[in-house]
Write a protein that binds this ligand. Structure first.
Ligand SMILES: *[C@@H]1O[C@H](CO)[C@@H](O)[C@H](O)[C@H]1NC(C)=O
Length: 363
């Protein structure tokens, strides 16, 4: 009988070598895949759909945010909770108060990429492959400057501003990562609204700002390429705009008394925000001529200032935005959800000071 596969010792060595190489390649690929949100998009980077080979994203799982003290905010971690089982009886007297995690929990955590980048300096990074997946990447935040600038400082990037309320970028030379922020006044839909924030520079619609301000600035700084990821947020300025618009441009019939203090928005106001947000996603995909441009939306966080029912109003437009994202294949960046209760850091309006939020943002 003739064996279809030769089984002489020489052939067996060859088969074993091929098998071992295949196994190590498989693991190397997974290691580089890592856990972070940006990372989970990286295979392939240009698709909104994560292939089945992606590991699950710990930040999308139910979990708890921890950091040991206000001073050690750089040790912030998101710990996804293990699946609950009613058989698992826990005794308070057995709790390990050192904060060391059991290996099975540790294994499910996102890597501490921001902390590692913070610690490591150029010479240490020179020949590591661990950051290869980040090298040369461009991430654009159509969002607030605050988080990007804080992260940039922590990981020793160099930031350059195009002016207050305009935008700028951060370059982290040792990993050749570029983070750009574009500042917008929300989803304002009419350039001729001269009563809305009259002291702010024009243009105010995102269409004109992107075309006339951001893209030319990117070009003159040599970063005018298609972003590997765009993260959008537009809530806090919109809340003010939607609230103030009928005061500035009184409707007929006239506004009900004390309308501004109404505890929430009306469904039509939420739908206006949804339609503008959808127009923004479409616009971004069009300017880069990429229907599957990797897009994320940063959801709301809780702020301290609740004037004019601002807490509920933000929550309402955030709900509408999540609906749009789902309909348009835009992933959610649930930073604000994960920060609920980190009240030492709540700001009057939309900025958090440097802290656990910065590390969470970086991951
Ligand atoms: C956090 O910062 C402290 C103080 O600078 C330092 O001792 C500690 O090693 C840092 N932890 C991490 C995870 O980088």
């Amino acid at each position: 009988m003739v064996h279809p596969i030769p089984l002489t010792p020489r052939w067996i060595i060859l088969y074993t070598t091929i098998l071992l190489s295949a196994i190590s390649l498989w693991f190397m690929r997974d290691d580089q895949g890592g856990f972070s949100s940006l990372n989970s998009l990286s295979n392939p980077f240009s698709s909104n759909q994560c292939p089945s080979s992606c590991r699950s994203d710990p930040f999308s799982q139910r979990g708890i945010l921890t950091y040991p003290s206000v001073e050690r905010y750089n040790e912030t971690r998101w710990i996804p909770l293990p699946p609950f089982s009613s058989d698992n009886k826990v005794k308070l007297s057995n709790i390990d108060y050192t904060g060391n995690l059991p290996p099975e929990l540790e294994a499910g955590l996102a890597e501490q990429l921001t902390a590692r980048l913070n610690q490591q300096e150029e010479n240490q990074l020179a020949d590591t492959v661990e950051w290869e997946w980040l090298k040369g990447r461009l991430v654009v935040f159509l969002d607030d400057r605050n988080n990007v600038e804080q992260l940039c400082g922590e990981i020793h990037g160099k930031s350059e501003s195009w002016g207050g309320h305009v935008g700028g970028f951060c370059h982290v030379e040792r990993i050749d990562l570029t983070l750009v922020w574009w500042f917008s006044y929300g989803l304002v839909d009419d350039e001729s609204l001269d009563l809305w924030r009259k002291l702010e520079a024009r243009p105010i619609t995102f269409e004109n700002r992107i075309k006339e301000v951001f893209l030319p600035a990117m070009k003159s700084d040599g970063i005018d390429r298609t972003p590997d990821l765009m993260v959008v947020s537009s809530l806090f300025w919109d809340e003010g705009f939607i609230r103030d618009y009928p005061q500035l441009y009184p409707p007929t019939p006239p506004l009900p008394p004390d309308h501004r203090n109404r505890p929430g928005f009306l469904p039509d106001q939420i739908q206006w925000h949804q339609s503008r947000l959808a127009a923004l996603f479409t616009y971004l995909r069009e300017i880069y001529n990429q229907p599957d441009l990797p897009l994320m939306f940063r959801t709301r966080h809780i702020r301290a200032n609740m004037n004019y029912g601002g807490g509920l109003k933000i929550a309402q437009i955030d709900q509408g935005a999540r609906e749009v994202c789902e309909a348009m294949g835009v992933k959610l960046f649930r930073w604000g959800d994960l920060l609920e209760g980190v009240s030492d850091y709540y700001d009057k309006d939309q900025h958090f000071p440097l802290g656990p939020n910065t590390y969470l943002f970086g991951e």
